[in-house]
Design a protein around this ligand. Structure first.
Ligand code: ATR
Length: 278
Protein backbone atom coordinates (compact mmCIF):
# COMPACT_ATOMS: atom_id res chain seq x y z
CA UNK A 1 0.00 0.00 0.00
CA UNK A 2 1.40 3.42 -0.82
CA UNK A 3 2.35 5.74 2.02
CA UNK A 4 0.79 9.15 2.43
CA UNK A 5 2.61 12.49 2.27
CA UNK A 6 1.39 16.08 2.08
CA UNK A 7 2.31 19.75 2.08
CA UNK A 8 0.68 21.97 4.73
CA UNK A 9 0.34 25.74 4.49
CA UNK A 10 -1.89 28.64 3.54
CA UNK A 11 -2.56 29.54 0.78
CA UNK A 12 -1.90 26.09 -0.66
CA UNK A 13 -4.32 25.55 -3.56
CA UNK A 14 -1.79 26.29 -6.29
CA UNK A 15 1.15 24.52 -4.63
CA UNK A 16 3.41 22.75 -7.12
CA UNK A 17 4.69 20.28 -4.49
CA UNK A 18 2.15 17.50 -5.26
CA UNK A 19 3.15 17.67 -8.94
CA UNK A 20 6.86 17.63 -8.10
CA UNK A 21 6.64 14.68 -5.71
CA UNK A 22 4.41 12.74 -8.12
CA UNK A 23 7.08 13.20 -10.79
CA UNK A 24 9.85 12.08 -8.40
CA UNK A 25 7.80 9.01 -7.37
CA UNK A 26 7.25 8.05 -11.01
CA UNK A 27 10.92 8.55 -11.84
CA UNK A 28 12.14 6.42 -8.91
CA UNK A 29 9.33 3.84 -8.95
CA UNK A 30 8.37 4.58 -5.33
CA UNK A 31 4.69 4.10 -4.43
CA UNK A 32 3.37 7.13 -2.55
CA UNK A 33 0.68 9.75 -2.67
CA UNK A 34 1.14 13.42 -1.87
CA UNK A 35 -1.58 16.02 -1.45
CA UNK A 36 -1.88 19.69 -0.45
CA UNK A 37 -3.66 20.41 2.84
CA UNK A 38 -4.69 23.94 3.86
CA UNK A 39 -3.78 24.70 7.47
CA UNK A 40 -3.13 27.71 9.63
CA UNK A 41 -1.50 28.44 12.98
CA UNK A 42 -4.56 27.35 14.96
CA UNK A 43 -5.32 24.02 13.24
CA UNK A 44 -1.95 22.86 11.84
CA UNK A 45 -1.13 20.33 14.59
CA UNK A 46 -4.61 18.76 14.54
CA UNK A 47 -4.64 18.53 10.75
CA UNK A 48 -1.15 17.03 10.61
CA UNK A 49 -1.99 14.37 13.22
CA UNK A 50 -5.33 13.56 11.57
CA UNK A 51 -3.94 13.38 8.04
CA UNK A 52 -2.41 9.90 8.26
CA UNK A 53 0.79 11.09 6.57
CA UNK A 54 4.21 9.65 7.44
CA UNK A 55 6.02 12.71 6.12
CA UNK A 56 5.14 16.25 5.12
CA UNK A 57 6.46 19.50 3.76
CA UNK A 58 5.58 22.62 5.67
CA UNK A 59 5.30 25.96 3.94
CA UNK A 60 4.29 29.48 4.85
CA UNK A 61 3.21 30.54 7.36
CA UNK A 62 3.88 27.37 9.37
CA UNK A 63 7.64 26.76 9.30
CA UNK A 64 8.22 28.16 12.78
CA UNK A 65 5.10 26.36 14.07
CA UNK A 66 6.54 23.11 12.69
CA UNK A 67 9.83 23.79 14.47
CA UNK A 68 7.94 24.18 17.78
CA UNK A 69 5.84 21.10 17.08
CA UNK A 70 8.95 18.92 16.69
CA UNK A 71 9.95 19.93 20.25
CA UNK A 72 13.71 19.61 19.91
CA UNK A 73 13.58 16.52 17.67
CA UNK A 74 15.19 18.40 14.77
CA UNK A 75 18.30 18.24 12.59
CA UNK A 76 21.26 20.54 13.21
CA UNK A 77 20.39 22.70 10.18
CA UNK A 78 16.76 23.07 11.31
CA UNK A 79 17.94 23.95 14.80
CA UNK A 80 20.17 26.69 13.45
CA UNK A 81 17.36 28.00 11.26
CA UNK A 82 14.68 27.75 13.97
CA UNK A 83 12.35 26.70 11.16
CA UNK A 84 11.24 23.34 9.75
CA UNK A 85 10.05 22.65 6.19
CA UNK A 86 10.13 18.83 6.30
CA UNK A 87 8.73 16.49 8.93
CA UNK A 88 8.99 12.74 9.23
CA UNK A 89 6.92 10.62 11.61
CA UNK A 90 9.15 9.28 14.40
CA UNK A 91 7.02 6.97 16.57
CA UNK A 92 4.50 9.20 18.33
CA UNK A 93 6.58 12.29 17.54
CA UNK A 94 7.58 14.29 14.49
CA UNK A 95 11.19 14.75 13.46
CA UNK A 96 11.94 18.04 11.73
CA UNK A 97 14.49 19.12 9.15
CA UNK A 98 15.00 22.09 6.89
CA UNK A 99 15.94 21.54 3.25
CA UNK A 100 15.25 25.12 2.06
CA UNK A 101 18.80 26.41 2.48
CA UNK A 102 20.42 23.51 0.70
CA UNK A 103 17.76 23.80 -2.01
CA UNK A 104 18.54 27.47 -2.60
CA UNK A 105 22.31 27.02 -2.60
CA UNK A 106 22.08 24.05 -4.96
CA UNK A 107 19.84 25.98 -7.34
CA UNK A 108 22.10 29.05 -7.37
CA UNK A 109 25.41 27.21 -7.63
CA UNK A 110 24.56 24.14 -9.74
CA UNK A 111 21.65 25.30 -11.94
CA UNK A 112 22.65 28.95 -12.31
CA UNK A 113 26.42 28.49 -12.03
CA UNK A 114 26.88 31.19 -9.38
CA UNK A 115 29.85 31.33 -7.04
CA UNK A 116 28.43 32.58 -3.74
CA UNK A 117 31.77 32.96 -2.04
CA UNK A 118 32.66 36.48 -0.96
CA UNK A 119 29.27 37.97 -1.83
CA UNK A 120 27.99 40.86 0.25
CA UNK A 121 24.41 39.70 0.75
CA UNK A 122 21.14 41.44 1.59
CA UNK A 123 18.32 39.32 3.02
CA UNK A 124 14.89 40.98 3.07
CA UNK A 125 12.62 39.34 5.64
CA UNK A 126 13.20 37.38 8.84
CA UNK A 127 10.31 34.90 8.81
CA UNK A 128 10.42 31.16 8.30
CA UNK A 129 11.67 31.39 4.72
CA UNK A 130 14.52 33.75 5.61
CA UNK A 131 15.51 31.66 8.61
CA UNK A 132 15.65 28.55 6.44
CA UNK A 133 18.12 29.97 3.93
CA UNK A 134 20.40 32.12 6.12
CA UNK A 135 22.57 29.33 7.60
CA UNK A 136 23.16 27.68 4.22
CA UNK A 137 24.17 31.00 2.64
CA UNK A 138 26.74 31.58 5.39
CA UNK A 139 28.01 28.02 5.02
CA UNK A 140 28.31 28.56 1.24
CA UNK A 141 30.89 31.27 1.93
CA UNK A 142 29.10 34.57 1.44
CA UNK A 143 31.08 37.52 2.75
CA UNK A 144 28.39 38.99 5.01
CA UNK A 145 24.64 38.93 5.55
CA UNK A 146 22.53 42.04 6.21
CA UNK A 147 19.04 41.13 7.45
CA UNK A 148 16.26 43.71 7.06
CA UNK A 149 12.80 43.19 8.51
CA UNK A 150 9.80 45.35 9.37
CA UNK A 151 9.68 43.75 12.80
CA UNK A 152 13.22 44.48 13.98
CA UNK A 153 13.06 41.98 16.87
CA UNK A 154 12.71 39.16 14.33
CA UNK A 155 15.75 40.41 12.39
CA UNK A 156 17.75 40.59 15.64
CA UNK A 157 16.65 37.06 16.58
CA UNK A 158 17.71 35.68 13.18
CA UNK A 159 21.12 37.32 13.44
CA UNK A 160 21.61 36.09 17.01
CA UNK A 161 20.67 32.54 15.96
CA UNK A 162 23.39 32.51 13.29
CA UNK A 163 26.06 32.95 15.98
CA UNK A 164 28.40 34.85 13.65
CA UNK A 165 28.24 38.46 14.87
CA UNK A 166 31.08 39.59 12.60
CA UNK A 167 29.32 38.45 9.42
CA UNK A 168 25.62 38.93 10.16
CA UNK A 169 23.96 42.28 10.81
CA UNK A 170 20.36 43.30 11.52
CA UNK A 171 19.38 46.63 10.00
CA UNK A 172 16.16 48.68 9.82
CA UNK A 173 14.35 49.40 6.51
CA UNK A 174 15.04 53.11 6.77
CA UNK A 175 18.80 52.48 6.75
CA UNK A 176 18.63 50.67 3.37
CA UNK A 177 19.67 53.59 1.12
CA UNK A 178 22.88 54.00 3.15
CA UNK A 179 23.94 50.34 3.11
CA UNK A 180 25.79 50.46 -0.23
CA UNK A 181 25.81 47.93 -3.06
CA UNK A 182 25.17 44.23 -2.61
CA UNK A 183 26.41 41.34 -4.76
CA UNK A 184 23.42 39.18 -3.84
CA UNK A 185 19.93 40.46 -2.91
CA UNK A 186 17.35 37.98 -1.68
CA UNK A 187 13.67 38.72 -1.16
CA UNK A 188 12.37 36.35 1.54
CA UNK A 189 9.39 38.50 2.51
CA UNK A 190 5.86 37.44 1.71
CA UNK A 191 5.00 41.02 0.69
CA UNK A 192 4.67 40.43 -3.04
CA UNK A 193 2.27 37.54 -2.53
CA UNK A 194 -0.11 40.30 -1.52
CA UNK A 195 0.93 42.33 -4.58
CA UNK A 196 3.19 44.61 -2.51
CA UNK A 197 6.83 45.52 -2.91
CA UNK A 198 8.60 46.85 0.17
CA UNK A 199 10.28 50.17 -0.47
CA UNK A 200 13.81 49.65 -1.79
CA UNK A 201 16.68 51.85 -2.94
CA UNK A 202 18.25 51.70 -6.40
CA UNK A 203 21.65 52.29 -4.75
CA UNK A 204 21.58 48.71 -3.41
CA UNK A 205 22.15 47.29 -6.89
CA UNK A 206 25.21 47.16 -9.14
CA UNK A 207 25.45 45.57 -12.60
CA UNK A 208 27.23 42.56 -11.05
CA UNK A 209 24.41 42.03 -8.51
CA UNK A 210 22.22 38.95 -8.60
CA UNK A 211 18.64 39.29 -7.30
CA UNK A 212 16.75 36.26 -6.02
CA UNK A 213 13.11 36.00 -4.98
CA UNK A 214 12.29 32.90 -2.95
CA UNK A 215 8.79 33.01 -4.46
CA UNK A 216 8.13 32.04 -8.05
CA UNK A 217 5.68 32.94 -10.75
CA UNK A 218 3.59 36.08 -10.31
CA UNK A 219 4.67 36.53 -6.70
CA UNK A 220 8.31 36.90 -7.82
CA UNK A 221 7.57 39.51 -10.50
CA UNK A 222 7.51 42.77 -8.47
CA UNK A 223 10.88 42.30 -6.78
CA UNK A 224 12.68 40.90 -9.80
CA UNK A 225 11.25 43.60 -12.07
CA UNK A 226 12.45 46.22 -9.57
CA UNK A 227 15.91 44.60 -9.54
CA UNK A 228 16.16 44.67 -13.35
CA UNK A 229 15.03 48.29 -13.43
CA UNK A 230 17.70 49.09 -10.83
CA UNK A 231 20.37 47.61 -13.13
CA UNK A 232 20.72 44.05 -11.89
CA UNK A 233 22.11 41.78 -14.61
CA UNK A 234 20.82 38.45 -13.31
CA UNK A 235 17.54 37.58 -11.60
CA UNK A 236 16.42 34.20 -10.29
CA UNK A 237 13.01 33.17 -8.97
CA UNK A 238 12.32 30.44 -6.43
CA UNK A 239 11.13 27.68 -8.74
CA UNK A 240 14.52 25.96 -8.86
CA UNK A 241 14.86 26.18 -5.10
CA UNK A 242 11.39 24.67 -4.74
CA UNK A 243 12.37 21.66 -6.85
CA UNK A 244 15.73 21.24 -5.07
CA UNK A 245 14.30 21.44 -1.54
CA UNK A 246 11.65 18.92 -2.60
CA UNK A 247 14.34 16.52 -3.85
CA UNK A 248 16.13 16.78 -0.52
CA UNK A 249 12.87 16.08 1.36
CA UNK A 250 12.26 13.10 -0.94
CA UNK A 251 15.73 11.80 -0.07
CA UNK A 252 14.97 12.08 3.66
CA UNK A 253 11.70 10.18 3.31
CA UNK A 254 12.67 7.52 0.77
CA UNK A 255 16.47 7.25 0.84
CA UNK A 256 16.70 8.08 -2.87
CA UNK A 257 17.70 11.42 -4.38
CA UNK A 258 15.67 12.05 -7.56
CA UNK A 259 17.02 13.82 -10.62
CA UNK A 260 15.65 17.37 -10.62
CA UNK A 261 16.53 18.57 -14.13
CA UNK A 262 13.55 17.08 -15.95
CA UNK A 263 11.06 18.16 -13.29
CA UNK A 264 12.42 21.72 -13.28
CA UNK A 265 12.26 21.87 -17.08
CA UNK A 266 8.68 20.63 -17.09
CA UNK A 267 7.54 23.12 -14.45
CA UNK A 268 9.32 26.10 -15.91
CA UNK A 269 7.75 25.41 -19.28
CA UNK A 270 4.21 25.37 -17.94
CA UNK A 271 2.22 28.59 -17.90
CA UNK A 272 -0.04 27.38 -15.11
CA UNK A 273 2.97 26.55 -12.95
CA UNK A 274 3.55 30.24 -12.62
CA UNK A 275 0.70 31.09 -10.36
CA UNK A 276 1.94 31.35 -6.84
CA UNK A 277 4.56 30.55 -4.26
CA UNK A 278 4.93 27.36 -2.31
P1 ATR B 1 7.56 32.92 5.48
O1 ATR B 1 7.55 31.47 5.84
O2 ATR B 1 7.20 33.20 4.04
O3 ATR B 1 8.84 33.60 5.88
P2 ATR B 1 6.38 34.39 7.64
O4 ATR B 1 7.14 33.64 8.69
O5 ATR B 1 4.95 34.77 7.86
O6 ATR B 1 6.35 33.58 6.30
O7 ATR B 1 7.26 35.71 7.29
C1 ATR B 1 6.85 36.65 6.34
C2 ATR B 1 7.98 37.66 6.15
O8 ATR B 1 7.60 38.65 5.19
C3 ATR B 1 8.34 38.42 7.42
O9 ATR B 1 9.71 38.74 7.38
C4 ATR B 1 7.47 39.67 7.28
O10 ATR B 1 7.92 40.77 8.02
P3 ATR B 1 7.44 40.96 9.57
O11 ATR B 1 8.18 39.91 10.37
O12 ATR B 1 7.88 42.34 9.91
O13 ATR B 1 5.96 40.75 9.57
C5 ATR B 1 7.64 39.94 5.81
N1 ATR B 1 6.60 40.77 5.22
C6 ATR B 1 5.32 40.42 4.97
N2 ATR B 1 4.66 41.44 4.36
C7 ATR B 1 5.55 42.48 4.25
C8 ATR B 1 5.49 43.81 3.70
N3 ATR B 1 4.36 44.29 3.16
N4 ATR B 1 6.62 44.56 3.75
C9 ATR B 1 7.76 44.08 4.28
N5 ATR B 1 7.88 42.83 4.80
C10 ATR B 1 6.79 42.05 4.79
Amino acid sequence: MSKHYAVFGSPITHSQSPRIHAAFAKQTGIGMDYVAIAANHDDFRAKLDASGVVGANITLPLKEDAFALCAGNVSARALRAGAVNTVLRDGAQWRGDNTDGLGLVRDLTERHGLDLRGRRTLLLGAGGAARGVAPALLDAGIHSLYVINRNSARADALVDAMGEPGRTHARAWDTLPALGEFDLLINATSASRGGQLPSLAMALVAPRSVAVDLSYGEAAVPFLAWARAAGCAQTVDGLGMLVEQAAESFLLWHGVRPDTAAVFAELSGRADALLTAD
